[in-house]
Design a protein around this ligand. Structure first.
Ligand SMILES: [Zn+2]
Length: 154
């Protein structure tokens, strides 16, 4: 089942000071995405992983992605940021990245995210991805980079 929360639902959730949002990933049906905010008891336990891995990470062996909700608070485009992070983390899974993260894995996960987002018509998260591509990876985005990733995602 595809579960997508709308922007107004987000605002409601954030305003009601819920400390977690949970939904099934539309990119990989087996995976549950949990967005955790700092008032949640889980936050302190996972904060160290956010420091190491960035905005989110996959819990090994549990089909669970945990995302740092604090980076979404007060962001007008929170929905797009979250969709990008979800696609990026799912790409790590689909591309078989299971070691410590490195620059090559991060580049590949962004390219995978591009393809996953494109397939479902998410234009705004793609724009965001492209806008930050060079600062994240030190190279300009080129469509030819997608070919290898596209083969590996299938
Ligand atoms: Zn990553």
């Amino acid at each position: 089942m595809k579960i997508v929360i709308t922007e107004s639902q987000y605002r409601k959730i954030i305003n009601e000071e819920k400390t977690q949002i949970e939904f099934r990933s539309e990119f990989l049906n087996d995976v549950i995405v949990v967005v955790v905010f700092q008032d949640d008891p889980l936050y302190d336990k996972v904060k160290g992983f956010f420091d190491d891995y960035g905005f989110g990470f996959m819990v090994p062996g549990q089909n669970l992605i945990i995302i740092d909700g604090e980076i979404l608070v007060d962001q007008p485009d929170a929905k797009n940021i979250l969709k990008f992070i979800e696609a990026h983390e799912i790409s790590h899974v689909l591309l078989g990245h299971d070691g410590p993260r490195n620059q090559k894995d991060e580049l590949e996960a962004d390219l995978g995210a591009y393809l996953l987002l494109q397939k479902r018509g998410y234009d705004e998260p793609i724009e965001m991805l492209l806008h930050h591509f060079k600062e994240r990876h030190g190279v300009e985005f080129e469509e030819s980079m997608l070919d290898d990733i596209e083969n590996r995602l299938q």
